[in-house]
Design a protein around this ligand. Structure first.
Ligand code: ADP
Ligand code: MG
Length: 527
């Protein structure tokens, strides 16, 4: 049986069991737009429409007194009450607070994400009745801290988060299923090696995967957490700003309301340039009318370096996967920004094949998450499980130690990036004095030997080490990355039976009590 047939066979036997079970949704919690999908009776993923009847909900919220409006209403409020609007909180996940103060209050980004989730959740429930479970997607390049923040956001939104899944993996699942279906009616073969190029609004992800029947294996992943359509928008904003400074000495960045409005117009202009060779940005300011023309050619020249950055990452990721371009079967484009003709052209030219956009670029990720949710629920049924997803970690995990030569702190890598998950790595630490009762280990994610250039995941304190142990007693610490990129730590003293307690003290994270408080508040205030 060849690969294609295996995929098709799996499709029939695994998904065929899902329909009778409880429902769970897949949520693509995007930087700029979010979407929710569910498997229908035929086990086809279907995007749910929000309360405004739209498949995509802008990932923004507006604080209007005691009410928090999420989605289109908030996007509109950018031009009238910019100071009350929080846009793209996903960009700030991992930080202690969101970049902007709203109504004199600083919100943790995961709390803002929870409001978006709450709204998506309510809209979904309105259509399909009571729901408890969901799979939420994250960029493959998200580090552990951001993954945890996403799960916390889900909890605060009142969602039982079945799992988090990488966005490109979700897109590949949706693609695999679609191709399996096509194959069933004899149109195409299931491809083996696939590069997912995901350029969204705020993040960029590349993932190289191998699909072998029901087996989805990630070979390598890389990306940029701060590169997306938003950066393309800002190039147009900068062009208009230069023009305004030159013509009337007005700097739009000094007027937040105006610059918020200008951004919306520039984003619209960018979309027009995907289908037209020229466009114009028009607005009134200080009693004058402005009309600034922009050609696609100039837009592409002004954003070439951004595109270069994505292509550089594509090449690096392929190298990490140990593949050449011509060994790829499919280059799959997802994310709204792949609608820019320059992206398609460049991908075609570096890969030598026609990039595929057979899935809706804004819905593929949510569809994959819905499939994943179905897979998890169906695993409770005996005899299931011929579908398997294998991931890698996108950042190296390290512990901070002291370099004995120069007494400087350095990052000792314990689990290198792009290791297949789950993975366990053990490190032995030694007590530095007799009767030592505790040890602290700093854990970081990143590639640099200098811990300052890495992201601090937290400090693990190992307490209640048995009394009266001699100096240099070995203490073994196990670091385990789960399939979804979340970390678990466990500790053992060799030859000693008693279990040690340990706690991971995370940076910039909310306590359970704080989360409970937010959960109630979000529930009451969400429109
Ligand atoms: P995310 O998942 O990061 O929220 P999406 O995949 O939803 O992102 O893509 C949103 C981005 O796609 C935005 O930056 C938006 O401006 C851009 N985009 C959407 N449609 C087009 C288009 N026709 N041309 C260019 N960019 C587009
Ligand atoms: Mg996306």
């Amino acid at each position: 049986m060849d690969v294609a047939e295996t995929g098709c066979h799996w499709f029939v036997c695994v998904l065929g069991m899902m329909c009778a079970m409880e429902s769970a949704v897949g949520i693509d919690l995007g930087t700029t737009y979010s979407a929710v999908a569910i498997l229908d009776q035929n086990n086809d993923p279907r995007t749910l429409l929000n309360s405004a009847g739209e498949p995509l909900t802008p990932s923004m919220m507006c604080f209007e007194g005691p009410r928090v409006v999420v989605g289109r209403g908030a996007a509109k409020a950018i031009s009238t009450q910019y100071e009350n609007v929080a846009d793209c909180p996903k960009r700030d996940l991992g930080e202690r607070v969101f970049r902007k103060v709203i109504n004199g209050r600083q919100y943790p980004p995961e709390v803002l994400q929870a409001w978006i989730l709450r709204k998506l959740w309510r809209d979904a429930q309105r259509q399909i009745g009571p729901l408890t479970k969901a799979v939420i997607t994250v960029p493959a390049y998200f580090d552990e801290v951001r993954r945890k923040a996403t799960m916390d956001a889900g909890w605060m939104a009142g969602i039982d988060v079945l799992d988090i899944i990488n966005e490109p993996t979700a897109a590949a699942l949706a693609f695999g299923i679609q191709q399996g279906r096509l194959f069933e009616i004899g149109q195409t073969n299931v491809p083996r090696r696939i590069l997912v190029y995901d350029l969204g609004g705020g993040t960029f992800d590349v993932t190289v995967m191998e699909i072998d029947g029901g087996q989805y294996r990630t070979l390598a992943t890389d990306g940029d957490m701060r590169l997306g359509g938003w950066d393309w928008d800002q190039r147009i904003v900068a062009l208009v700003a230069d023009e305004l400074v030159r013509r009337i000495g007005f700097d739009p960045f000094e007027d937040q309301q105006f610059s918020g409005n200008l951004w919306l117009k520039c984003e619209q202009a960018k979309r027009e340039l995907s289908i037209k060779a020229r466009t114009a940005i028009s607005f009134d300011l200080k009693g004058k009318s402005f009309h600034i023309e922009l050609s696609r050619e100039e837009f592409e020249t002004r954003t070439r370096d951004l595109l270069d950055r994505t292509m550089f990452t594509v090449e690096q990721t392929l190298q990490e996967a140990g593949l050449e371009m011509d060994q790829l079967d499919v280059v799959l484009m997802v994310g709204g920004s792949t609608r820019m003709p320059s992206v398609v052209r460049r991908l075609r030219s570096i890969s030598g094949k026609e990039p595929t956009r057979s899935l809706s670029p804004d819905e593929a990720v949510a569809h994959g998450a819905a499939i994943r949710a179905g897979m998890i629920l169906s695993s409770h049924v005996p005899g299931q499980g011929s579908l398997n997803v294998k991931n890698v970690n996108s950042h190296s995990l390290g512990v901070v130690g002291m370099d004995p030569d120069n007494k400087q702190h350095r990052n000792g890598i314990v689990i290198p990036r792009n290791t297949s998950l789950p993975v366990v790595a053990k490190r032995t630490f030694f007590t530095s004095k007799p009767n030592q009762r505790s040890i602290k280990v700093s854990i970081v994610e990143g590639e640099s030997a200098n811990p300052a250039d890495c992201s601090l995941l937290g400090k693990c304190s190992i307490e209640s080490i048995p009394r009266d142990l001699p100096v240099r007693t070995p203490i073994e610490v196990s670091f385990r990355y789960e399939e979804n990129g979340r970390l678990k730590v466990s500790v053992q003293v060799k030859g000693v039976d008693s279990r040690l307690t340990h706690q991971l003290h995370r940076e910039n994270t909310l306590t359970q009590e704080q989360m409970e408080g937010w959960r109630d508040f979000i529930d009451q205030s969400c429109e």
